[in-house]
Design a protein around this ligand. Structure first.
Ligand code: B12
Length: 140
């Protein structure tokens, strides 16, 4: 019995160590890639590297990038239900009048998937490639 308790305690101790529970290392930092592009203007896509803590939201990766990279800027506007909406990137804002907006996609092996939630909710995975693309929307 004493042997079994000792074995269980050792397993718990190893788990605490590997998950940073005793070392205080916290959650892992995941690298992500970000590309800013547009189908509407003839601009060269710009790519950046950023990071997010495991389980952290895309908004935090954009903030981190803005703090460290002089040529990346963004603004958001708050919606009462859905949180932050990406309003402008590098000085270019979406426009209701022109029906343009910053669409957010995830690219993998050349396949582009539109995110189903905004930057305040989306939690990127390690090495994910996020695309911010100035796009148009059509009235339904
Ligand atoms: C139309 C629409 C859009 C249009 C709005 C155009 C316009 N100016 O009218 C456009 C194409 C711009 C759009 C964009 C996006 N959308 Co949208 N959109 C809708 C939809 C179908 C209807 C909204 C509406 O007209 N409501 C009626 C009006 C009277 O109410 P309103 O509060 O004034 O509406 C505003 C907000 O909804 C806001 N809005 C629209 N989408 C989003 C998304 C986020 C994250 C935020 C903060 C605000 C926001 O724009 C509306 C007009 O100002 C909703 C579905 C729903 N159930 O509400 C999804 C919805 C709100 N969108 C959604 C998403 C995910 C997005 C995108 C993130 C998609 C993407 N991957 O790019 C982007 C936003 C990107 C960014 N820049 O941050 C999700 C939000 C879910 C969530 N929890 O975050 C919803 C709920 C659809 C869904 N997946 O079920 N969207």
């Amino acid at each position: 019995m004493a042997l079994r308790t000792a074995a269980l305690l050792s397993v718990a101790f190893v788990l605490l160590l590997t998950r940073g529970g005793l070392t205080g290392t916290g959650p892992a930092s995941l690298p992500i890639r970000l590309t800013v592009m547009s189908d509407l203007f003839d601009v060269t896509p710009e790519s950046y590297s950023s990071s997010v803590v495991e389980g952290g939201v895309l908004l935090s990766a954009l903030r981190r990038l803005q703090e460290t990279q002089q040529d990346f800027k963004f603004t958001v506007k708050e919606h009462p239900d859905f949180g932050p909406m990406l309003e402008s990137v590098n000085g270019v804002a979406g426009s209701d009048r022109e029906r343009t907006y910053w669409e957010i996609l995830s690219e993998s092996s050349g396949e582009y998937n539109r995110l189903a939630v905004g930057i305040g909710c989306y939690t990127p995975k390690a090495n994910e490639h996020i695309i911010l693309r100035l796009s148009t929307w059509t009235k339904q």
